[in-house]
Design a protein around this ligand. Sequence first.
Ligand code: PRP
Ligand code: ZN
Length: 296
Amino acid sequence: MSEEKRLKIAIQKSGRLADMSLQLLEKCGIFLEKSRDQLLCRAQNFPLDIFLVRDDDIPAFLSTDVCQLGILGQNALLEKQALGNGKFNGLKQLLPLGYGKCRLSIAVPHDFTYDSITSLKGKVIATSYKGLLSQYLAKQNIKADIVTMEGAVEVAPRTHLADVICDLVSTGNTLTSNGLAEKDVILHSQAVLATNQIMDLEIKLLADKITSRIKAVLRAENSRYIMLNSPTDSLEAIKAVLPGSQSPTVMPLQGRDDMVAVHAVCEEGVFWDTMEELKANGAKSILVVPIEKMLD
Ligand code: PRP
Ligand code: ZN
């Protein structure tokens, strides 16, 4: 008997995407055998193996087809593609995942005069993102020297290794505590689901299944279920206020002919001002509840 085919996904082992990525898989109904210290983790209830690796290594896991899916920072994927030896051209982003948001920015010491990107002409820039930075500078027609560093880029100006840096910024705390100011954003990034060109049809079906589960989880997370009672004569006004909802369900309320119950799925945030507007239109007993799962 031939062995069951298993899809392989690479995610970050530790670091800012790690926990969220594992949680996302769990929300997709994937139960892992607990072994987070190992490189490989098997899913119990889905033909899926999870490789826990460094973010930077995920493009190579995909391009060599060790894994067929990966969750990584867009920055890591685009950087490998920007380095431009063609090895990573076949990789593609399937969907943005909405977490791990950060930006790749130029930051300078406080005594550095920065008017525009042209202030970088002839300067030394330290970065771990040589590919993306070179592309950006070339597009702006700026010639500068790039010093590649694997980490601790933020200390480069203080130690006179470089005049300025180009590094990832998320909260901005690293820059602030190193006396640097963010000037230009080269790239806005977040976690993405990426894939290679999957040839095996069985594996492709498994990858599609995981992808559509992830989409459903993201959609449910952004959606809310609203229930309220509406005066019959202001029903149209109330429907118009419900954010991003398709046709709501309208039901009679027992013993009342002046009020109806309205239930709707809203695929946008439901904020206090929406609730207040509903109330101003006569809505009563407004309930907003999270949605756990959603599949069309
Ligand atoms: C990035 C970046 C900064 C820090 C910025 O490093 O290189 O050091 O995050 O984040 P902040 O704006 O929230 O302070 P990361 O932690 O990803 O690790 P590394 O530099 O060691 O690879
Ligand atoms: Zn860092």
